[in-house]
Design a protein around this ligand. Structure first.
Ligand SMILES: *[C@@H]1O[C@H](CO)[C@@H](O)[C@H](O)[C@H]1NC(C)=O
Ligand SMILES: *[C@@H]1O[C@H](CO)[C@@H](O)[C@H](O)[C@H]1NC(C)=O
Ligand SMILES: [Cu+2]
Length: 247
C-alpha cells in the first residue's frame, strides 16, 4: 500500500515535469549583440530583474480572445526590476526558447509603440504591428516543414530584424508561437520584452497594420481552426493577424 502510494506520487511528479517540458516560452535574448536574461517563469517575480514582462507558466493560452494574450499571464511589469534593452533600429534580435516540443505552427513577431514609458504601458491597449511572420515553409500541413520546426533546428531560436526605418522611442517587442498540433485547441505562446529604440528613422505603421491583442485573432480564423490531420493534402496556410509591416 505504502509503496503504491509512493509510486503514484512519483508518477504524478514525473507527469508534472513532463507537462512543464511540453510547453514553454522565450528564456533569453541577444539584442543588438547584448545578451539579456528573460523572466524566470514559475519563480516569484519578487526580486527578479529583466527586460521581459512577467509570465507565470509555460502553459499555452488556448482562447484567441484571451484578455492576457498580449504578453501572457500575467504580463505585469517587474516594478523596480523592470528593465528595457536599448538598441538601434535595424538591429538583429535573437530569441531563445526552451527545448521547443512542437513543430506544427507559425512564428510571429510583433512590436508596439508604448507612446512613452513601456514600464507603465497596459499591453492590452497598445497598437501592435507585426514585423515578421513565417508559417508553412514546404510540404503539406500535417507532414511538411513549419517555421516552428525551423526554430527547433536552429537551436530553439529565432532571429528577426527591427525595421531600420522605425522611429525611435520605447517599444514592446512580442514573440509568439502558435502551435496547432492539437485540433480545436490552438496554443498561443506570447512573450514580451521592452525596448528603447534609437536611430534616425521616422516611419510608423498606421491603418490596418495596427491591431489590438486581444482583437487580432478570432476563433474562426482559418489559421487558428485548422485541423492539420483532417486536411493531409493541403499545402496552404494563412497566418492569422495583420499583414507584416516592413518599414
Ligand atoms: C544555443 O542556445 C543557447 C541558449 O538556449 C545559447 O546559450 C547557445 O549559445 C546557443 N548555441 C549556439 C551555437 O548558438
Ligand atoms: C487552404 O485553402 C483552402 C481552399 O482554398 C481554404 O478553404 C482553406 O481555408 C485554406 N487553409 C488555410 C489554413 O489557410
Ligand atoms: Cu506545449
Amino acid at each position: 500500500m505504502k509503496s503504491s502510494t509512493l509510486l503514484t506520487a512519483f508518477t504524478f511528479a514525473a507527469c508534472e515535469i513532463a507537462q512543464v517540458l511540453a510547453h514553454g516560452g522565450v528564456l533569453s535574448y541577444n539584442i543588438g549583440g547584448q545578451i539579456y536574461q528573460g523572466f524566470r517563469s514559475y519563480n516569484t517575480p519578487v526580486g527578479q530583474s529583466s527586460i521581459q514582462r512577467e509570465w507565470d507558466s509555460y502553459d499555452p493560452i488556448i482562447d484567441p480572445m484571451h484578455p492576457q494574450i498580449s504578453c501572457n499571464l500575467n504580463g505585469a511589469n517587474l516594478g523596480s526590476g523592470q528593465l528595457s534593452a536599448t538598441v538601434a533600429a535595424g538591429s538583429k534580435v535573437l530569441a531563445w526558447w526552451n527545448q521547443w516540443p512542437h513543430n506544427l505552427g507559425p512564428v510571429m513577431v510583433y512590436m508596439a509603440n508604448c507612446n512613452g514609458a513601456c514600464t507603465t504601458a497596459n499591453t492590452a491597449s497598445l497598437n501592435w504591428f507585426k514585423i515578421e511572420e513565417a508559417g508553412l515553409i514546404s510540404g503539406t500541413v500535417d507532414k511538411g516543414t513549419w517555421a516552428q520546426g525551423q526554430l527547433i533546428t536552429n537551436n530553439n531560436s529565432w532571429t528577426t530584424t527591427i525595421p531600420a526605418s522605425l522611429a525611435p522611442g520605447e517599444y514592446m517587442l512580442r514573440h509568439e508561437l502558435l502551435s496547432i498540433h492539437t485540433p480545436n485547441q490552438p496554443q498561443f505562446y506570447p512573450n514580451c520584452a521592452q525596448l528603447k529604440l534609437t536611430g534616425g528613422g521616422s516611419a510608423q505603421p498606421s491603418g490596418s497594420y495596427l491591431v489590438k491583442l486581444p482583437g487580432a485573432y478570432k476563433a474562426s480564423d482559418p489559421g487558428v481552426t485548422l485541423d492539420v490531420y483532417n486536411h493531409p493534402t493541403w499545402t496552404n496556410y494563412t497566418i492569422p493577424g495583420p499583414a507584416v509591416w516592413r518599414g
